[in-house]
Write a protein that binds this ligand. Sequence first.
Ligand code: SF4
Length: 410
Amino acid sequence: MSRFDTQASLPRAEAEQIVARSVDAGQLERRLAERLAAQFCDPIVREVVLEGAAESKRRGKGDIVSVSRNVFIPLTNLCRNRCAYCTFAKLPDSPEAKTYTLREVEEAVRVAVPMGCREALLCLGDKPEIAYHSYREWLAHNELRDTTDYLVRACRIAFEGGILPHTNAGILSEREMAELRPWNASMGLMLESTSARLRGKNMAHYYSPDKDPDLRIRMHEQAGQLRIPFTSGILLGIGESAVERIDTLLAIRDLDDRYGHIQEVIVQPFHPKADTPMAASDLLADEEVAAWVAIARLILGPEMNVQAPPNLAPSALELLLRSGLNDWGGISPVTVDFINPEAPWPELETLRKRTEAAGQRLVERLPVYPPYLLDRPDFFEPRVREAALAQADPSGFARTRATGTGVEAA
Ligand code: SF4
């Protein structure tokens, strides 16, 4: 039982006062966030929080909701961790184990460019060379020092092929991030949760040393020191409490306060999958997901880019559009969501129509957000910024066809 379960109810007027003050202040503090979240079982409190978050988003982002047209390249699905909810990672002897060749990376880029993709999402398992002899042999056979060495080559292929790389390769050292920075427009690591409890026996991260919250916070700090536009996020529903969710969001806010490098925060619900130790876990209700997107907006403030993946709540897009998000994340016209393969992407045109029906406007973005691209040249290798600017309109979003619908790539 969470400590929230014992708190007294929250009258609507008090909830409205807390939310209104937080919207005006530009952030929601821990004690008040806990007070609101403790009453998320009350639809009136949830509605008040959603309304406040929508107002905060309107003040910071206007009517814009962005989306990135990407190609997802899972360079390898080998991983040294075994998160209890994951179906992405495979063992080397699995028929589904897959490490891309550089020729396959080239081919993926070649297919994605004419489809208007702007982002090559290089998402892969954590340091498989630590766990698997066969993978170490494969690296040696290909004269590669480690996975980072391989990633640098793959990013370079994507970049030179006309797509801006965004790497999410799990825990990387400062040196490894420095090696990748010259070929990446941005990089990322979901903080997921600050809860060290989740590393305990029978918990989601028991067999996952790279999910140590301190390690993940340290990588966020190093990315900030290296001035890398950085994507973080929270994973909902893997055994954490409401207090721990708030702590995670506050940790991300603190990192951005210190380094100014958190370009977006993903609020991602966990989807239970068959054949995993967490197959029987509850799926979060869409109302709960939307309430947490809204709390994220209120905690992180009007300027932060708050993202919720539309394929993980396909019947609740209108609800999410009222929750303060301003980004749908990456949508691929050429590849599936390899992390949640059971959840197909919506068509961009469908997403545009539903976003517009909610009184907002869908715009296509690059894998880096306009304020970094336009105002912070120190966050980029010059050639990467130059390539990104060449694909951007004057507002820093992706350039569109003059006759297009607003989501058509140039
Ligand atoms: S670190 Fe990522 S890829 Fe590896 S097991 Fe965990 S969720 Fe799966």
